[in-house]
Write a protein that binds this ligand. Structure first.
Ligand code: FBP
Ligand code: MG
Ligand code: MG
Length: 347
């Protein structure tokens, strides 16, 4: 009988990989795990508690907030505030950054960017939703952290992860040394290692895109969708179209089975819909660490320098061969082929 390994045990064990570690990042990941359990408790009984439906408020992006968006936001901010390792929280649900200036956090050096509840359109219909988080070390040394500490390139992330509230609840994260997945065992209230060293297959047979926006997509994307739908037994086409409408759930599936997730620019979202700082960057870091590729159509997502907190971006990420094939349609050339594994290097 193999002993379960909890998230807490795993984090402490992995701390040894970072000779100068003092446990701050470990404690920060612990705090995020605690808030995830609290949110999971409400999600699991959502129909029985007053947490479904609209909150009646809108966020900085003009989107109507769901009650669970607001609840999850409050829980993660409270856990990060009381944990003492976080000095700034940048959240999808808050216009501005939240600077944590409490006594316990005065020496905190980590910045957390977070999408507290991802897949809001699926909350009320009991379809998988998630939480996405991204962690940076502040660059400015003393005084109040600067906005430049928050708007760092994705390649500067020291850790990133997501929680998926699905048929089971999982937490998947990376600190730049591969990707590991933990499943919540409600009977012991612990995230337990269930998916060690996750790797996305180089090739996949699933494409995920909201085809409802088809007519508004760039020609290269339309051509790639046609390519996915064409009959070609040798290359296993037509591929299967799967789209849940929760970024976390769509990417989690593709991470395990192989596949490509596409959210291009469109007339509704001329700069793309998904947010660079707390959606695209963390998911790109995880995918690259699992052997995949993440681009905005011409650039590596992790090389983009954000210029504001709620900046949007087009995003295409998934299995190496599928993203490279997409690049042929987007750029008509092969100049942009990325070799995935070069991404795995210690921060
Ligand atoms: O309904 P659309 O336009 O396909 O958009 C779905 C996308 O929007 C999102 O719901 C945006 O995230 P939030 O729910 O956190 O705002 C993603 O999870 C998802 O991939
Ligand atoms: Mg989201
Ligand atoms: Mg959200």
């Amino acid at each position: 009988m193999t002993a379960v390994k909890t998230l807490g045990q795993f984090i402490i064990e992995k701390q040894a990989d970072f000779p100068y570690a003092k446990g701050e990042l470990s404690r920060l990941l612990r705090d995020i795990g605690i808030a995830a359990k609290i949110v999971n408790r409400e999600v699991n009984k959502a129909g029985l508690v007053d947490i479904l439906g609209d909150a009646g408020t809108t966020n900085v992006q003009g989107e109507g907030q769901k009650k669970l968006d607001v609840y999850a936001n409050e829980q993660f901010i409270a856990a990060l505030r009381s944990g003492g390792e976080c000095c700034v929280v940048a959240s999808e649900e808050n216009d501005e950054c939240i600077y944590i200036e409490s006594e316990i956090s005065k020496n905190a050096k980590y910045i957390v960017a977070i999408d507290p509840l991802d897949g809001s359109s699926n909350i009320d219909v009991n379809v998988a939703i998630g939480t996405i988080f991204s962690i940076y070390r502040r660059q400015s040394l003393d005084g109040k952290p600067l906005i430049s500490d928050v708007l760092q390139k994705g390649s500067e992330q020291v850790a990133a992860g997501y929680v998926i509230y699905g048929s089971s609840t999982m937490l998947v994260y990376t600190t730049g040394k591969g990707v590991n997945g933990f499943t919540l065992d409600p009977s012991i209230g612990e995230f337990c290692l269930s998916h060690p060293n996750m790797r996305i297959p180089k090739e996949g047979k699933i494409y995920s895109i909201n085809e409802g926006n088809y007519v508004h997509f760039p020609q290269g994307v339309k051509d790639y969708i046609k390519y996915c739908q064409e009959e070609d037994i040798n290359s296993g086409r037509p591929y299967t179209s799967r789209y849940i409408g929760s970024m976390v759930a769509d990417i989690h599936r593709n991470l395990i089975k192989g596949g490509i997730f596409l959210y291009p620019v469109s007339s509704a979202y001329p700069k793309g819909k998904l947010r660079l700082v707390y959606e695209c960057n963390p998911m790109a870091f995880i995918l690259e660490q699992a052997g995949g590729i993440a681009i905005d159509g011409s650039n590596r997502i992790l090389d983009i320098v954000p210029d504001h907190l709620h900046q949007r971006s087009a995003i295409f990420l998934g299995s190496e061969n599928m993203v490279n094939k997409l690049m042929e349609f987007l750029s008509g050339s092969n100049l942009m082929t990325y070799k995935a594994d070069s991404a795995i290097s210690a921060p």
